[in-house]
Design a protein. Structure first.
Length: 209
């Protein structure tokens, strides 16, 4: 599939439905339904991805200031999702699934894939709260970044990813996988099978022919 570069909205996934947190049943997130999908996404972006995604300053789980494009995205293969730490249904289940995805990849692939979880509740999810969430879910991957920051900054970044969020609970459970350097993107339903997600990420780490 040829990816289109234009000066319009960046991710084609924004033209399709975003599955809101409260509209996605927990059994489907935890399971592997026949309807689960991994779809290529057309990229409609300026040549300057930094300008599109913005280089907004955010905070990671260690309280360090990071720039969203320069430090988090640039030249990486990424899997992005949105969570909030006091969620007691979809977010813990998806987090567990992403741990399983990493475990399903061989170590060489796993080292190339960067997991990025952005909070939809930056007013409450300060770095120390994200740290507690990480400990609770026993996340040990060095390539997994949790992001928070000033609400306006987080909202801007989420909007550029297609998440226009009226409340923390209204965030999408859709996963976004991307080879940033080569502008290859996939949108992934959270109930896609673990091996299928792992395979898609492996394909994104392979050199483009």
């Amino acid at each position: 599939m040829r990816f289109i570069i234009a000066s319009a909205v960046m991710l084609g996934l924004m033209t399709g439905p975003l599955y809101a947190h409260e509209n996605h049943g927990v059994p489907h997130i935890a399971g592997q339904s026949k309807g689960a999908e991994i779809k290529p996404v057309e990229v409609r972006a300026p040549q300057d991805a930094r300008s599109y995604f913005t280089d907004t300053a955010l905070l990671n789980q260690h309280g360090e200031t990071v720039r969203f494009y320069s430090d988090v995205l640039q030249d990486k293969v990424v899997l992005l999702n949105v969570i909030f730490t006091h969620c007691d249904d979809a977010c813990p289940l998806i987090t567990r699934k992403l741990k399983e995805v990493r475990e399903a990849m061989d170590e060489k692939t796993a080292e190339k894939v960067h997991f990025i979880s952005i909070t939809s509740d930056p007013l409450n999810d300060k770095p120390e709260v994200l740290q507690a969430f990480i400990r609770k879910h026993e996340i040990a991957s060095p390539n997994w970044t949790f992001l928070t920051g000033d609400k306006a900054d987080v909202d801007l970044v989420l909007a550029r990813l297609g998440h226009f969020i009226a409340s923390p609970e209204a965030h999408s459970t859709l996963l976004i996988a991307g080879d940033v350097a080569n502008k290859r993107w996939n949108k992934i339903q959270p109930d896609a099978a673990v091996p299928a997600i792992a395979q898609r990420l492996q394909l994104l780490t392979e050199p483009r022919l």
